[in-house]
Design a protein around this ligand. Sequence first.
Ligand code: PLP
Length: 512
Amino acid sequence: MVHLASVKNDDQVFDPKSRSIESLPAPQPDENDFYTNVYGSHFAADHLPQHEMPEREMPRQIAARMIKDELSLDGNPKLNFVTTYMEDEIEEIMTEAFSKNFIDYEEYPHSAEIQNRCVNMIARLFNCPTDARDENAMGTSTVGSSEAIMLGTLAMKKRWQNKRKAEGKDYSRPNIVMNSAVQVCWEKAARYFDVEERYVYCTEERYVIDPKEAVDLIDENTIGICAIIGTTYTGEYEDVKAINDLLVERNIDCPIHVDAASGGFVAPFTVPDLEWDFRLEKVVSINVSGHKYGLVYPGVGWVIWRSPEYLPKELVFNINYLGADQASFTLNFSKGASHIIGQYYQLIRLGKHGYRSIMVNLTRIADYMADQLKQMGMIIMSQGQGNGLPLVAFRLPPNPERVYDEFALAHQLRERGWIVPAYTMAPNSNKLQLMRIVVREDFSMNRCDSLITDVKLALQTLESMDQSMAAKYQAHMRSHRAHPRHKGHTHNAYHDEKHSLQGKSGKSHGVC
Ligand SMILES: *Cc1c(COP(=O)(O)O)cnc(C)c1O
């Protein structure tokens, strides 16, 4: 009776025992388990969970759609440093690599090999010593320049401590010398690792480190000097060579760490003759962000040391992970491998010629933008023609009659969809305000033209305001900046911090 089926009776079908398993009660199905029209479901009419993990699942299409809809209200992320465009081919490979844990060398030896190739290429791009007589330079990938800078600071501190110990001297009060325009991660590094911050302050005319002042600040407790290739405010390159030459001239044993977070993938292509890297003998370590002009999505960074002398052994751990021994110097353990793979793709896909073409184009667009803004009367504070990052830092011309400031202009532009941040400069520059437009890979001349048009329109709107209306506008803007929904994210206990440069002086931190 293969084709002729007998119909089972109830007592044959429903085994009462199987329906009353002694276990946890079965979950009750929900109409939404089967009902997939997003905006017809109750989820669309309910508040999305914000504080407590929900008790029940939600269908994946609905979860994805709700998050996507919310994120679409984020700013159009087009005018800061961080990469937002990569080619489809590598996006696909990076997606496939999402599940790879970079630290697991045993399972993913090729990801480790790819990282090592990147370290080699970047170290050579920075002219590390490669002569047969030299000890091998070394480096590692990081999550970004911040981790790289933490590692660089730790290495300088440990080397200084070792030297002091060997000399039988006190090693309890290390300090580091840097520009007050440093990115906030330097303040963090100093604070987290108990190193005193010694600042060379900017002035109203100078936004980079003064080499002589920096070297004069050095004493026996100085672990190193930080020099920046591409500051976050004006994109200028600090004079690393002048610092180097002063150290050599005065015979001071103090290393330089170069923070080339943004400039590390620009300067070698736009100003190859500028000596800022390992060509200078006092430069012992350099960091660069892969996710800025390295052209990879966030977060990947790199740090390179000129020789093992500058990376003390005590900091490096040989971890045996599932049978394979690996030397490791990182702050965290597990991390994804995709960004390292993305970096390798960009390096071999573009080559030096590709990076140069992109960086030259960006520089030309930035120069054009600066020229247009100048014609509108703006004061340009960044360097053009490749002598700094491809960005335009500018401020409004001095005019006591004017009823609006840079923050008002930023707000006007935001209403037109552009995020051009306004900043208050580093301390001692008389609370100078400026605005910054970063020209990134996907900022073509066409986009640049649209922005110029919108800056003109924004200025017209602001000009047309009279005193009382402008006052109302500034007040409205201030209330906007303290949007209650966003303000709520800072715990009251941390609201009024007074220990950072921002807390002390009103400097606003450059956001990447
Ligand atoms: C962006 C930046 C940093 C921090 O880098 P991340 O990669 O975002 O961690 C540090 N220094 C400078 C000069 C920067 O521009």
